[in-house]
Design a protein around this ligand. Structure first.
Ligand code: ADP
Length: 583
């Protein structure tokens, strides 16, 4: 009867205990199983049965007791499930968890803790937690630990030593608990390397943004100074020039000042254009043979003149060419190398009141040369050695020297050096001086003889019988061009806007060339070019404009222009360009 209502999964267990029982064995059988009640409910029964004998050992029968233990069973089961749950939570937690006594000795640790320190649990147990902290921060962590114990802080940060000796930043949360009737400490240790890295990156980005902001303000202040100084000379001396009583000598001298001021302004504008182009990735490197020997001679001569002009008598300029320089021709962009070295020499001159400046060359190996500019000037503080290569980066104060500048030169130079496949670095000591090194990988050849490729001289050109149209709305610019062309015998026509340019071209079929400004009233230069090219396809049109960005050149070409020259016009370049179309 009982057997019938036993749960089908427990029937075998019940039968087996009875079957296993030996005849002579009179110990009681105790087995727990499930039954199904009439209503189909499951109940747990504790079944106890034992054979009963009389005193003289006569078998009387079997005593059976069945007790409903369902509720005890359910409690036990839920306890076991809960224990399992917590065991899983403890052992499989992604954070390292340690159970310690009050002396810091580890009583238990989970998988993540073992992984963090690269040790099996048996090795971790019994260790003092402080032995797992890198020695350099052990005192600090011990201090924080006592603070935490005294409830002065809720959690603390420290470092954990990994199996390969790495130190990992961790955040430690703890709790005092009772464990197996003893006081114990439960610590959750979380690896925060990633958070720390992100925090550091954020801090760096913030510092960089702040620094860039500050550098920009300094740049604007300096820029204003850099523009005002030459402008002052240009405006001032231009006014004085109108004085009729000036002698020819004075006139020449003042014109010289104006030219100097203009050149300074020009190089400032070129710097700004260069940095813009570099940042837009639009700078062009023109590889050509560079005759190192004569380039160094030229630079030396230019800066010697400059030094003498500045009256720096206590400063010596030295040139130290490697014996090989004489025969050295390297394939690089000679213009850009000259630009970099000029910037370094210019800086050296600015920042060296006395002693010497040396321009030199070291041939490192057959594939690499190193130019250097060494000075005995004010030097650069250690913490500024990186910043000076950033845009607008300067050393504040510069030891009281009145050497303003814009902080663009070195940043341009470094980028150019990199574009040439090399690098620009500095070694410097405050008060002692600096050495800037320009390293360049060179396809170097030691030549028997160097062919000096001298640029073809710009001829005093003769454009008799030629007719040029100048489309230019500014009378000043037209007058300048008129003066430039004076000696060439060319016939000049002048259009003051784009529409007039078209009309003049229509009326004068014999025009040989047009110099076209872009920004003009009525019709702009680009529209005028397109219109003119429709009826004079072969007429050379040279754009001459203050628009100096790479995209401006593209626009000129798209409109149909043959060349694009930027203002202020360089006379030599202008004549060379025109000449291309006159032969
Ligand atoms: P600028 O000279 O126009 O300020 P640079 O980018 O050429 O711009 O130089 C940046 C800064 O680097 C200078 O303002 C100066 O503080 C420092 N510097 C450059 N060259 C030297 C040098 N030879 N000696 C000392 N300081 C230098």
């Amino acid at each position: 009867m009982l057997f019938e209502i036993i749960h089908k999964e427990d029937k075998e267990k019940f039968a087996q205990v009875h079957k296993d029982k030996k005849e002579e064995d009179n110990t009681p059988i105790n087995v727990e199983f499930r039954i199904l009640t009439k209503k189909g409910k499951v109940k747990w029964i504790s079944h106890l049965c034992q054979k009963v004998y009389t005193e003289d050992n006569k078998y009387l029968g079997i005593r059976v007791s069945n007790q409903d233990v369902t509720s005890k069973k359910l409690t036990e089961e839920s306890l076991r499930a809960s224990e399992n749950r917590f065991r899983t939570l403890f052992y499989d937690s992604p954070d390292a968890i340690f159970l310690e006594n009050y002396d810091g000795i580890i009583i238990d640790a989970n998988k993540a803790a073992c992984k963090l320190h690269g040790m099996p649990k048996e090795k971790l147990i019994g260790k003092n937690i402080l032995d797992l902290v890198p020695s350099n921060v052990r005192d600090q962590v011990a201090r924080d630990f006592s603070k935490w114990l005294n409830e002065e802080i809720r959690h603390f940060e420290g470092f954990s030593l990994t199996v390969d000796g790495k130190s990992i930043p961790v955040e430690i949360h703890g709790r005092k608990i009772r464990f197996e009737n003893n006081n114990a400490l439960l610590f959750i240790v979380r690896d925060i390397s990633q958070a720390k890295r992100a925090e550091k990156e954020l801090m760096l980005a913030k510092e960089k943004a702040e620094q860039s902001d500050m550098l920009k303000s300094i740049f604007l202040a300096n820029m204003s100074h850099e523009i005002r100084t030459p402008m002052n000379a240009i405006v001032g001396f231009s006014e004085i020039l109108s004085d009729k009583n000036l002698s020819t000598k004075e006139r020449k001298e003042f014109i010289n000042y104006i030219t100097q001021g203009s050149n300074t302004l020009m190089s400032l504008i070129e710097d700004i254009i260069d940095i813009t182009k570099i940042e837009a990735g639009q700078i062009k490197i023109n590889f050509a043979d560079c005759d190192v020997d004569s380039m160094m001679d030229e630079l030396y001569a230019t800066f010697l003149k400059m030094k003498n002009k500045e009256g720096k008598r206590r400063l010596e300029l030295r040139l130290n060419k490697s014996p090989y320089a004489e025969n050295l021709s390297i394939s690089t962009d000679p213009g850009r190398i000259r630009q970099i070295l000029s910037n370094l020499l210019g800086n050296a001159l600015k920042f060296t009141p006395s002693g010497y400046i040396e321009l030199g060359l070291i041939i490192e190996n057959p594939n690499q040369v190193r130019f250097y500019v060494k000075d005995t000037g004010i030097g650069i503080p250690e913490d500024k050695k990186k910043i000076i290569f950033d845009r607008f980066g300067q050393v504040e104060g510069n030891k009281g020297l009145d050497a303003k500048g814009t902080g663009l030169g070195l940043s341009i130079s470094k980028k150019l050096a990199e574009l040439l496949g090399g690098d620009l670095t500095v070694e410097s000591e405050e008060e002692k001086g600096s050495t800037f090194y320009l390293s360049l990988p060179v396809s170097r050849e030691i030549k028997e003889e160097i062919e000096l490729k001298k640029p073809a001289p710009v001829l005093p050109m003769d454009f008799s019988n030629k007719k040029f149209l100048i489309a230019e709305d500014s009378i000043l610019n037209y007058t300048y061009l008129e003066a430039l062309f004076q000696k060439t015998n060319v016939t000049l026509l002048w259009a003051k806007d784009g529409k007039e340019a078209i009309d003049i071209c229509k009326k004068n079929k014999d025009i040989d060339l047009v110099l076209m400004d872009i920004k003009m009233p009525v019709l702009n230069g680009l529209e005028a070019i397109t219109a003119i090219k429709k009826f004079r396809k072969d007429l050379p049109i040279i754009v001459q404009t203050a628009y100096a960005m790479p995209e401006d050149r593209e626009r000129s070409m798209e409109a149909g222009g043959n060349e694009h020259l930027t203002k202020p016009l360089n006379a030599e370049e202008l004549f060379k360009t025109i000449n291309k179309y006159m032969s």
